[in-house]
Every structure is written in structure tokens, then in C-alpha cells.
Ligand binder design. Sequence first.
Ligand SMILES: NC(=O)c1ccc[n+]([C@@H]2O[C@H](COP(=O)([O-])OP(=O)(O)OC[C@H]3O[C@@H](n4cnc5c(N)ncnc54)[C@H](OP(=O)(O)O)[C@@H]3O)[C@@H](O)[C@H]2O)c1
Length: 364
Amino acid sequence: MSASPIVNNKLTVHKLSYYNYTSPLEFREVELKGYSETSFLGPTQILIKTKASSLNPVDVILYQLTPTWLKKDVLKGFGSDYAGEVLQTGSEVKDYKEGDRVYGDLLKPFGPNGAFSDYLVLDVTKEDKIGKIPDNLSYQEAAALPIAFGTAYELITKNHNVKGANVIVFGAGTSVGTYGVEIAKYLGAKTVLATCSPKSAAKAKEYGADVIVDYTKGAEHEYKEITEFVKKNGKFDLIFDSCRDPVFMGRLKDVLKTRKEGGKYVQVFGSTTMDYRTVTVASNLPTKGIMRELVASRLPFSKYEFISASISDGGDFIKAVADLSASNKLKIPIDSVFKPKDYKKALDKFYSGSFKGKLVFDFE
Ligand SMILES: NC(=O)c1ccc[n+]([C@@H]2O[C@H](COP(=O)([O-])OP(=O)(O)OC[C@H]3O[C@@H](n4cnc5c(N)ncnc54)[C@H](OP(=O)(O)O)[C@@H]3O)[C@@H](O)[C@H]2O)c1
């Protein structure tokens, strides 16, 4: 077990941080003071030695969109997904003890905590996405899970009973989509049709996709391949879209079962066409085609259910991760691992889009 880093009731942490989009994103030394004169931790807090974290689009989006006036004196922590070892627990913490390996997502926009920090202090009563790492997973693997796996798991399970269903995963080359394929098969989907580039096709198959459609050949090719499938196998029960694929906007009837038949189109809020170097509020907004589907879906007597959503309350993925890893079925797409000091290289890789899976940081 690691030694306590607390000295004189204070802890010095090194965290990747910023004030707003104009301030540099860099590791800063920050001194955390004790909760009270006699105890560094509050009764429901835990201290974690970070062992790994992973990068998500939302981390970059938040940094780029933080205006100069928003909580201007608060140093904002960068990053959300973490994995680490519990070093100390507050007097009322029952579920965690020293030495536990934990992981989670601490996404709290514009707050001081961030996963790219050598130590984390968390209040377990306020963290709903925290769990123990299954024994057969490494810290790096665990850190690659929370937001991407959690989003796919929450949005798929909240909206559909996948057992026996025919499912499309648009964007199986994204981390969320890769996990979407894996989760749909784990939950008993009959067939998963996945769209991705040829570079991601082998991975999508490895994660369980039955049919691959190459989206890089163009929208009409994608439309034709999928509607050919529909002619032979019937319409889809669930469409899980991690990349805002425009191909069926305005023509859901060609591919999706109606609301009465139980069909659902679930789109992850986000955009794979965004240039992450120059994020604007506008680049996050839904396209006209998506807006039309969202409005149509809310009209009385609408035939098709179309949902655009984000990860919200879900720590439910923790149990799915435990089940999948207990049966040795959990696969985790990691593209590469960086040392924290090389965060600029990792960001450059992220901006270039030349990666297939999660970009993970090794804090050990
Ligand atoms: N709202 C939420 O709660 C939430 C949470 C997590 C993620 N997200 C959003 O979900 C999206 C995916 O996130 P991620 O971290 O999984 O992404 P990612 O891993 O960064 O995805 C990169 C991959 O996307 C694929 N791609 C790019 N353009 C595409 C297109 N037009 N059609 C299909 N695939 C395309 C590429 O794979 P190939 O070209 O090789 O197939 C590329 O390797 C992002 O927009 C993100 O902001 C939202």
C-alpha cells in the first residue's frame, strides 16, 4: 500500500488544470488544506492515489467552452475518468477501505476536481459513478471504461430491452460505439449491424458485430446496404447512434420499427464531425435533420421514437462491468498509453483523430 502523502494536514497535488479557454492547460501544483484542524478528510470523503485516467471528448469540450467570466477564480480540474487506490477514508465511509482499487467518472463541469491529478479527494455520498475494479482488470483498463462504457450502457439499457433485438450501432469505430456493440451482444441482441471505416472493421467484429457497413463509401452506399438488410431481415428494434449519422434523418420509416412496435432511435449527444481544436457552442448543437426528428418524435401520434441523450445518473454500468469481467468477456479498446507529462502529445493525437480506442494515462 502507498504511504500517506499528507503532511501537516495538507496535501500537495499536481493537476492538469485551467481557469478558462484562454488560460494554458498545464500541470499546476495545488495545496489542499484539511477538512478540519484534526482531520484531513471529511467524514464521507476518501483519498485516492490516481493510477490511471483516460481522455474523453467532453474533457476537451469543457476546456474549450469555459468562458473567462465563469467561476473565474476557480482553477478547473481537467479530466473525468480515473482509476486508483484508496489511501484513506473518512470516519463515516463504510463501502470503501484503504487499499481498495476503485474507478469512476467524476465529471463535474467547471469544478476544481479533475481526473488528471496524482491524488483525488472525493465525497462518496456525492459520487454516483464509482465502483471497485474487478480483480482481473488493470488500472489502465478500468480508467478506459466509465464515460464511454457508461454512456453506451445507460443509453441502451434505459431505452430498450435488447434481448433478441436487431440493433444498428452507428459509429462502431468510436469508443462509445465499440462498447455499444459489446453491450448489445452481452444483453442478448440477435444481430448487430455496425457502421465504421475499414480501419475499425476488425475491432467491431471482435467486439461482436455481425454485419459491417463501411460508412466511408458514402451515405447512399450506407443507406443501400442497410435497407437491403431490412428487406431480408425486417426493420430494426434499436438504433444506437454514437456519431450523429445523418443517413436516416427524415427517413426513419425505411429502417426503424414504429413506436408501437417498440422501435427506438437513441442518439448520443455529441458530434464526431467537430474540430476539437476550435470547439464552439454551435458545433455542439444538433443539425436541422436531428432537430426535425426530435420535434417530430414529441408530436402526438408520432410514429417513431427518437431520443438524443447524455450519460446522467448511471452508476449501473459498474455491475455490467463486474459481470462481463467475471466471465472474462469484457474487452476494452485502448489505443495508447501516455505518461502524464506527455499530455500534449496525447492531445495532439486526439485532435488529429488518428486513434482507435481510448487514450489512457499511466499515473503509476
Ligand atoms: N453525451 C455524453 O454523455 C457522451 C459521452 C461520451 C461520448 N459522447 C460523444 O460521443 C461521440 C463519440 O465519443 P468517443 O469518445 O467514443 O469517440 P472517439 O473514440 O473519439 O471516436 C473516434 C472515432 O469515430 C469514428 N468516426 C469519426 N467520424 C465518423 C462518422 N462520420 N461516422 C462514423 N464513425 C465516425 C472514427 O472511427 P472509424 O472512422 O475508424 O470508424 C474515429 O476513430 C463524441 O461525439 C462524444 O462527444 C457523448
